[in-house]
Design a protein around this ligand. Structure first.
Ligand code: HAM
Length: 428
């Protein structure tokens, strides 16, 4: 490819990251890594195994699963044609991809219940604001192959365990049942008839939804819509016996596990694949984008995407929103720091310092030395800046005597060590 000359002003040189995306800087990664580790630990303890799927898929996979009429599919997807003319979409969520992979790889044949989790970037072209990004990160899990309420509650309990483990207590859990293919259409008809009576007074957004997705009208954030629909019938009063029994079991298990919840008959979520249980976890610490996590049961999705009838349930949660709360609380993650910084007191010792640093590293000891030919004073400053646990100063005198002074930088204690035995010292 032809290189673009640097004076060509068709191309700016002040490159910036794309609106709604963020660099996660070296000063921030310790927090990400700590949180990811905690999340993986909880998933492991609940026996969920990691699945990694591509970040882009065929567009219709998302349209078909999330629903053509949802905001995600209608307005927010990063969809483009690749060079062979195929329509590709950057994944806006992880469930559709996990199910596609489950079907394609026959995971259901090996195990009656597949418990998988993922952590990774998702893409939605929403208006960026605090807690809302265009490339954001989710962690989530799917239990594919179980119809039981016990599985719904395992998913909910696992989500909550992650927040608990990280010391986040200020959240609330709302649950609902959105019914199934038998009771939901009947309820929708009743709701639609009620909404028609006040259609003219509703917000334009809600008016558009009356016919195709009337339940979303009840979930409207518009205050006037909320007032107008205050007394409307709720799905929870129209569940068939199977859905009602399932919902009752979910509630009684949550109580048995000591997990507080509120039933919100208006909760519908922004994805169309849900059946029976739907839930959301919100936090008042977050401002307007207050959803920490959401999920629910989706008994029809695997079949809808070409697999066998496979009842399933899952959740996903926003990483950035979780991190916002931890940062607000002043949470300090463990920092990455060298065990020892070896400083060269003179040029004669530089080569020894370099080779010894390498030797320590290959024996598993995090070590650092100067690569900028700096003075001893600057090297000591650097050891402090890097928060090394120990510093060791080695010059011609030390090389000759075979001993050097090792300083413990936090309490300033010091001791002589034999240079030959340096690796053994740190290994113990
Ligand atoms: P969702 O509610 O669309 O559900 O997303 C889950 C979480 O991702 C939200 O609660 C929020 O914390 C975070 N999130 C969503 N959009 C953004 C954004 N633009 N910026 C930052 N964070 C965001 C799902 O994605 C479903 N796949 C959940 C699921 C899994 N249901 C069953 N299995």
């Amino acid at each position: 490819m032809r290189r673009i000359p640097s004076h060509d002003n068709r191309y700016p040189v002040n490159y910036r990251s794309i609106k709604g995306t963020k660099d996660i800087l070296p000063s921030e990664t310790p927090l990400w890594q700590f949180v990811e580790q905690t999340i993986r630990e909880v998933f492991r303890q609940f026996n969920y195994k990691e699945i990694r799927t591509p970040v882009f898929e065929t567009t219709s996979l998302f349209a078909r699963s999330i629903g053509e009429l949802t905001d995600i599919v209608g307005k927010e997807m990063y969809t483009f044609q690749d060079r062979s003319g195929d329509s590709i979409t950057l994944r806006p969520e992880g469930t559709a991809s996990a199910i596609r992979a489950y079907i394609q790889n026959n995971l259901g044949e090996a195990l009656p219940l597949s418990k998988v989790y993922y952590i990774g970037p998702m893409f939605r072209q929403e208006r960026p604001q605090a807690g809302r990004l265009r490339q954001f990160h989710q962690f989530g899990a799917e239990a594919i192959g179980s119809p039981t309420a016990e599985t719904d509650v395992e998913i909910i309990a696992m989500t909550i365990e992650i927040y608990k483990r990280l010391g986040i207590t200020n959240y609330s859990l709302q649950i609902n049942s959105v019914g199934d293919e038998e009771c939901r259409p009947k309820y929708k008809e009743i709701l639609n008839a009620e909404l028609q009576k006040i259609a003219g007074q509703l917000s334009t957004e809600s008016q558009k939804r009356i016919d195709q997705n009337p339940m979303r009208v009840l979930d409207s954030k518009n205050e006037n819509d909320q007032k107008l629909t205050a007394g409307m019938p709720l799905i929870t009063d129209y569940l068939n016996e199977e859905c009602a029994t399932h919902f009752a079991k979910v509630k009684s298990l949550l109580t048995a596990y000591g997990i507080p919840y509120t039933v919100n008959g208006r909760l519908v979520r922004g994805l169309d694949y849900y059946t029976k249980t739907a839930f959301e976890i919100t936090s008042t610490e977050l401002g307007s984008q207050d959803a920490l996590a959401g999920g629910g049961r989706y008994d029809l999705l695997v079949k809808e995407l070409g697999g066998k009838q496979t009842p399933s349930v899952g959740f996903a949660a926003g990483m950035e929103r979780l991190l916002m709360i931890l940062e607000k609380k002043g949470f300090q993650p463990p920092q990455q720091r060298p065990t020892v910084f070896i400083a060269a007191a003179d040029d004669a010792a530089r080569e020894w310092v370099l080779t010894t640093t390498m030797k320590l590293r290959s024996q598993g000891i995090a070590s650092e030395c100067d690569l900028l030919a700096r003075s001893l004073k600057s090297q000591m400053k650097e050891a402090d800046r890097q928060q090394a646990e120990f510093s060791l100063v080695v010059g011609a005198t030390e090389l000759e005597s075979g001993k050097a002074l090792l300083k413990h930088l936090s309490d300033h204690s010091q001791q002589n060590i034999v240079l030959e035995a340096i690796a053994e010292f740190f290994k113990h």
